[in-house]
Design a protein around this ligand. Structure first.
Ligand code: A2P
Length: 348
């Protein structure tokens, strides 16, 4: 069995840390494993499979001898270093948005479009966290009943914005509990590091994730719109999104409204979800059973509940979709792509 030499880029980050944990239990036969981050972290140590490993500074030559590189260190780093990794013979699975809409780069949720991996040219993009979990829930419905429209509102956790954003929320929470006035709380990162103004997230809800772009939508919202069409290979599906950051540490929740092509009952959708790969049905209002962000943390599945018909629209259905954004939304989907490629014999 061929050994895989793996590099994790952004190994100290919120997603990179989860990638390391998942790699410890991966089905991939591991050879060399490298953990890469910025100069700031070079020399720090961590434990991997009982051994002490040292974080190395990311440089182009880091990829010599590597066959799989998992990137999660920001779009700029991927833009610069993913082509370097490919040049040196590695397959890159990139968790940033940098290559996602490139027509030569497959954008993959393994439960939905693993076949697209066969067309890769060295880089595979991991979709946006909110898009991934929505795809796991909607693909079985699309396949069986057709999908004409999706309107989604997200309730996204702060870990999606990285370690520093999590620390900022924790400090604001401490300030609130210490009864410090809101105008004295520190807010330097959220809603979005790249924008001019910053607002507190603690005990708040911020309807901005990423910067604003065309037609009053944020980039995060455009990602959900465009990536859905690319993954489902259907430009005719009408998609609209409102993305909101809430003070939850991990676990993205989504209120998803869909319209199907053919009429469908709630029981039929429940049966589809119960059988769908990667999806877990949690839907029993009589017992107050529904997906919750807190319960999703540390799990690989996408949890689906509150399935109900729109009272006025025959083909309209509402769902509540929850998943751990750091796992299925990022680290697990990336590693699952790599494991799927290994099973499909796509590593040369
Ligand atoms: P470092 O910890 O050395 O800054 P998060 O998404 O949680 O903010 O994490 C971002 C990840 O990207 C971290 O592992 C961070 O490493 C890494 N990173 C940031 N800038 C660079 C860089 N210039 N070169 C390599 N890794 C970087």
């Amino acid at each position: 069995m061929r050994k895989m030499n793996v590099a994790i880029v952004g190994a100290t980050g919120a997603v990179g840390t989860q990638m390391i944990k998942l790699l410890e239990n991966s089905s991939l036969p591991l050879g060399t494993v490298k953990f890469l981050a910025s100069k700031r972290s070079a020399g720090k140590q961590l434990s991997f499979k009982g051994e002490t490993k040292t974080i190395e500074e990311l440089v182009p030559d880091s990829f010599d001898g590597i066959n799989l590189a998992l990137f999660s260190a920001g779009g700029g780093i991927s833009a610069k270093f993913a082509p370097e990794a490919v040049k040196r013979g590695a397959v890159v699975v990139d968790n940033t948005s940098h290559f996602r809409m490139d027509p030569d780069v497959p954008l993959v949720v393994p439960e939905v479009n693993a076949a697209a991996l066969r067309n890769h040219q060295g880089i595979i993009a991991n979709p946006n966290c909110s898009t991934i979990q929505m795809m796991v829930a909607l693909e079985p419905i699309r396949k069986a009943y057709g999908l004409t429209r999706v309107i989604v509102s997200t309730y996204q956790a702060v870990s999606g914005a990285g370690n520093q954003a999590m620390e900022e929320l924790k400090q604001q929470t401490r300030d609130f509990l210490a009864e410090k006035p809101v105008n004295e709380w520190k807010a330097d990162i959220l809603p979005c590091g790249g924008d001019e103004k910053h607002y507190p997230l603690a005990f708040n809800a911020l309807p901005q994730i990423d910067v604003f772009s065309d037609e009053g939508y944020t980039n995060e919202e455009w990602k959900m719109i465009n990536e859905t069409k690319k993954i489902m290979e259907d430009d005719t599906i009408k998609v609209s999104a409102t993305c909101v950051r809430i003070p939850v540490m991990s676990g993205h929740s989504e209120s998803v409204y869909i319209e199907t092509e053919k009429a469908v009952t709630v029981a039929e959708i429940q049966a589809l979800i119960a059988d769908a790969p990667g999806a877990v049905l949690e839907d029993d209002p009589s017992q107050q059973i529904y997906p919750q962000a807190l319960n999703s943390v540390g799990k690989k599945g996408t949890f689906v509940g509150r399935i109900r018909k729109d009272p006025d629209e025959e083909k309209g259905i509402h769902l509540w979709v929850v998943s751990d954004n750091l796992l299925k939304g990022a680290a697990w989907n990336s590693l699952q792509i790599a494991e799927t490629m290994y099973e499909m014999n796509l590593f040369e």
